[in-house]
Design a protein around this ligand. Sequence first.
Ligand code: PEP
Length: 243
Amino acid sequence: TPFLAGNWKMHGTLAAARQLAQAVAQASAPGVRIAVFPPFVHLAAVAEALKGSPVELGAQNCYGENQGAFTGEVSPVQLKDAGCGLVLIGHSERRHVMGETDEMVAKKLKAALAAGLEPVFCLGETLAEREAGKTSEVLGRQARASLGGLAPAELARLTVAYEPVWAIGTGKTATPEQARQAHSLIRAAVSGIPRILYGGSVKPDNLASLLGQAGVDGALVGGASLDAAAFAAMIRTAAGRTA
Ligand code: PEP
């Protein structure tokens, strides 16, 4: 089953989040797994709007502890309580804008799994790393640093998202061949990963060719997931692939 995940990032009002959630629920189709990742403050309203629909709810980040004096942070247990089943961990904007390290990401993964959430663990190389021929080394390091300490049963409960940093929000998409190669490098670095999504400027017109690659199990979509019509078109594309 292809998996389409929409990362709404830090966009929109409460009213817009409710509307988008309703539109995604209406567009949902059999044979496609769909999840949306609204900002923290919109989670409760989106959970309400998605009631009775198969669309799953996730958060964009969490802290690596379940409670305590961590002002401004949100714990995996709180996310679960708010109706989330999933959480993005190690998104490139967290790593590169907010300074998250592999160690922080590994801690968050453990805490999210312990709380019963499905982490969507993100990793990817920068343009400089790719141009220096270090893609394989970087993906291997990121994958092993965060996933290496997990038990096989924990690994079986997570989703990986390969997101080349140079493709996120830039309009530059990895070629289907680049995506296929990177997914296979990640699988070679850590065995037992159940599914790997591709992310980075996925749009209605490039989704089919990416999903057509062996080992590309779905897409993590940022910008285009905020456009209800574009996301609905991508759901139809993904559904067509299994029909
Ligand atoms: C993302 O936010 O994970 C992402 C891939 O963004 P975009 O689709 O806008 O490049």
